[in-house]
Design a protein around this ligand. Structure first.
Ligand code: DLL
Length: 434
């Protein structure tokens, strides 16, 4: 269902006019009020009056993660601090955290993006949404929460973890929609089977999954295990958390809420803008954000924008399911591979679970990369019999070779031995960087 027909199905030229008006406002405001942006604009010699059309956005400088880190905590605030009502942050596991500060109006826009997302997955005010994204500084929990409030649904703010209780809540409160990372959805299904709970008999119809890379193969697996429709949803702390883009019932790419957040695709090596249909790095500008607005944020996420409109009736452009992040790209002996490609190949192989980890090392003598794919064998297939395990290993190796073009060392591991995640799963251990 379409939550906001006026905005989501807007005539394209009116949408472009709205985006331009918002961009112009933003640029003028930031140049006048945020010293960080004034310096950046002056460095590239661009003034607000140079932005005469939407296309001129490409004249503006990019903002990067290190810019955000260097201005921690409040260097990008574009409004008096007294107007800030909520603060979120990235986990900061790889350095200084990145801060996003919201005014009441920003929260309303975020809720709008998330209400559109939930509505597209079929949620209505009569439904119960069980939210198993983590609550706290992470944007997943609160983002879905604000959106479900706006939608008028009943929310179970379960947060992540406590899996047995999650399943009890789902059953007792007859949740219709649930939200969490795809890897947690898989883990929950596994736990339910252990506890003898048939999740297919629950009242669930759909789930909104995101916050980490996942594949079409994984979608099918989740849909089958739970007997639901599984929707891909996208967002990031720096821009707004979940709600930036979402799938509709066509499940053919994610509609970008582009009246609020403007997407571009650029060549990650040159920074040149790419036309719709071409794959590159997603760059996002917040068009209405008051607290910590961002111009041309380099997400490092790789995707393309569909050149043709969706048949659902929405006019907002769609981004393709994410291929991966520029910083997650594994270059193994010169071949480029994203972890989600490995996952997609893996889910088609019988006898193994889609629980995996890739360990990459560099041989100290040959200086060549060595990648080991650790895969869990299904409980009913696991045995001490070497022959059976050997043929499974060979099968995985040849599927990887033919689908990805790389030779991986395959290590079969015991069922349930790879650590489960209730949030974002860690799929890659790259020892080359250490
Ligand atoms: O993960 C926001 C979010 C929460 C999105 C809940 C969807 C659902 P961060 O922790 O800042 O924010 O991580 C953002 O996660 O740049 C992508 O690399 C990745 N990501 C998010 N959604 C998807 C997705 C949240 N659907 C980073 N597919 C982004 C693949 C995703 N990767």
């Amino acid at each position: 269902m379409i939550w906001n027909i006026e905005k989501e199905c807007m005539n394209v030229s009116s949408l472009r006019a709205l985006q331009f008006a918002r961009l112009k406002n933003l640029v003028e405001h930031l140049y006048a009020t945020v010293p960080f942006y004034k310096v950046k604009f002056d460095e590239v010699g661009v003034k607000p009056h140079d932005i005469k059309s939407l296309k001129d956005i490409s004249k503006l400088p990019f903002t990067t993660k290190s810019d955000l880190r260097e201005t921690y905590p409040y260097g990008l605030l574009a409004i008096p601090q007294s107007k800030i009502v909520e603060i979120h942050m990235s986990s900061g596991t790889t350095g200084t955290p990145v801060v996003a500060a919201y005014t009441a109006k920003d929260l309303d826009d975020w809720a709008e993006g998330m209400a559109r997302t939930l509505s597209a997955a079929g949620a209505t005010r009569n439904d119960t949404v069980q939210n198993a994204y983590g609550y706290g500084l992470f944007t997943g929990g609160m983002g879905v929460h604000h959106g479900a409030r706006k939608l008028g649904a009943s929310i179970i703010p379960a947060s992540s973890g406590n899996t047995q209780k999650q399943l009890t809540l789902m059953r007792d409160f007859k949740a219709n929609i649930f939200t969490c990372t795809p890897s947690y959805a898989m883990y929950m299904a596994e736990k339910a089977a252990e506890l003898g709970i048939d999740v297919k008999k629950l009242a669930l119809r759909a789930g909104c999954f995101g916050a980490e890379p996942w594949s079409e193969g994984m979608r099918k697996k989740i849909e089958e295990s739970w007997n639901i429709k599984a929707y891909d949803i996208y967002g990031l702390t720096e821009i707004t958390g979940p709600g930036s883009a979402f799938e509709c019932s066509e499940q053919e790419g994610m509609h970008f809420n582009e009246d609020l957040w403007y997407p571009e695709i650029i060549n990650p090596d040159t920074g040149e803008p790419l036309p719709d249909g071409e794959k590159g790095e997603l760059v996002i500008t917040t068009l209405t954000k008051e607290g910590t607005p961002i111009i041309r944020y380099r997400t490092r996420d790789i995707t393309y924008i569909y050149p043709e409109p969706c048949c659902c009736g929405r006019t907002t452009r769609r981004i393709h399911r994410l291929f991966g992040r520029t910083d997650d790209l594994l270059i193994i002996r010169g071949v480029n591979v994203f972890p989600s490609q490995i996952e997609n190949a893996l889910v088609g192989i019988s006898g193994v679970e889609p629980n995996y980890q890739i360990v990459v090392d560099r041989d100290p003598h040959t200086h060549l990369d060595v990648a080991e794919l650790q895969v869990e064998v299904c409980p009913d297939q696991f045995s001490d019999e070497t022959k059976g395990m050997e043929s499974l290993r060979n099968n995985i190796s040849s599927v990887m070779k033919s689908k990805l073009g790389i030779l991986l060392k395959i290590k079969l591991v015991e069922p349930k031995s790879i650590e489960r995640s209730t949030g974002k799963a860690k799929r890659v251990i790259d020892n080359r960087k250490i």
